[in-house]
Ligand binder design. Structure first.
Ligand SMILES: Cc1cc2nc3c(=O)[nH]c(=O)nc-3n(C[C@H](O)[C@H](O)[C@H](O)COP(=O)(O)OP(=O)(O)OC[C@H]3O[C@@H](n4cnc5c(N)ncnc54)[C@H](O)[C@@H]3O)c2cc1C
Length: 301
């Protein structure tokens, strides 16, 4: 089978491309190594996507997924390991199998950055998490810390404040990057305490996390904070290792595209959080996914 459009990643960018590709009557394959929805699936509350005043990430993911399935996409639960450009089609490699397509759209998004401090590896999944919606329930009536100062840190901190007894939000600066409205809302929560100008330098515990080692940047003093859980929201990095050999990324690993979301390799497109751009949101991913698919359809014809 040769596809017209093979999409890698089923976040909002990839699923939007699939909708446009299928409606243009193309044969479309959608590959996903995890669950459909991408970063949305780990988001407790989305309040800036048009059409929904407020929706949880799992519901929005499943709505999009059902739409592409109903339109007839070939959905594969597999990871793509490599892409090669042939004379008139691409070869896409996954677990010993090769898939062929006239065009490829890379929509692999980003992954969570880690603090890379002492004992982080040891307590990953044993108290340290990157997903409040997945793991928050383990910390009902317990004490947790959230590390970060952007919208995600505060939004997820507020979600956790509805479950945990106490939430510390630890931020390395003295003011937040998050939007003013979200900061104000978080400040109203009685069980959230803000710890400013502070970084986490390590984790401690026996078989599960018992606390954090903190360093106050203004004084250099180190203290201990006893917590049952810690959620890291310190930013994202691109999922682009598998295209390293193609030379289509910038120095940070984000894929470079033109106005049609095409890379410098003809027929190879990229969209959503994986591309080099300033604003990474569901609405911008959907925009990119639509344009990439329309450009890829034109290329096919
Ligand atoms: C905690 C958090 C909260 C957020 N809250 C909001 C919000 O409230 N509103 C908003 O607009 N935006 C929010 N965002 C940002 C938004 O989720 C992203 O901008 C959006 O999901 C990007 O979509 P995408 O399709 O480009 O990538 P993603 O959603 O990251 O999807 C990429 C998909 O590709 C898959 N993949 C990666 N590599 C491979 C491979 N090699 N093979 C197969 N599959 C692969 C991944 O598993 C993933 O499912 C939030 C992000 C985070 C992390």
């Amino acid at each position: 089978m040769i596809y017209d459009m093979l999409i890698i990643g089923s976040g909002p960018a990839g699923m939007t491309s699939a909708i446009y590709g299928l409606r243009a009557n193309l044969k479309v394959a959608l590959f996903e190594k995890s669950a459909p929805g991408g970063a949305m699936i780990n988001t407790a509350k989305i309040e800036n996507y048009p059409g929904y005043k407020s929706i949880d990430g799992v519901s929005l993911s499943m709505n999009m997924y059902q739409q592409v399935i109903d339109l007839g996409v070939d959905y594969y639960s597999r990871e793509i390991e490599k892409i090669e450009k042939g004379d008139d089609k691409f070869k896409v490699f996954s677990d010993g199998e090769i898939f062929y397509s006239k065009t490829v759209i890379i929509a692999t998004g980003t992954k969570n950055k880690k603090l890379s401090v002492e004992n982080e590896e040891k307590f990953s999944g044993r108290g340290i998490s990157w997903c409040a919606i997945c793991d928050g329930n383990f910390f009902k009536n317990k004490i947790v810390a959230v590390v970060g100062g952007g919208n995600s840190a505060l939004e997820e901190g507020m979600y956790l404040s509805g479950l945990a007894k106490k939430v510390y939000i630890i931020h390395r600066r003295d003011e937040f990057r998050a939007s003013k409205r979200i900061v104000e809302e978080a400040m109203e929560k009685e069980n959230i305490e803000f710890v400013y100008n502070t970084i986490v330098t390590g984790f401690f515990g026996s078989d599960k996390l018992e606390g954090l080692i903190l360093k106050k940047l203004t004084s250099g003093n180190e203290t201990i904070l006893n917590v049952d859980g810690c959620f890291e929201y310190i930013g994202q990095e691109p999922n682009s290792n598998f295209v390293k050999g193609l030379n289509i990324t910038n120095e940070k690993g984000y894929i470079m595209v033109d106005n049609n979301f095409e890379t410098k390799i003809k027929g190879l497109f990229a969209s959503g959080d994986i591309i080099n751009k300033e604003f990474r949101q569901i609405a911008t991913a959907v925009n990119d996914g639509a344009i990439a698919a329309l450009s890829a359809s034109r290329y096919c014809k």
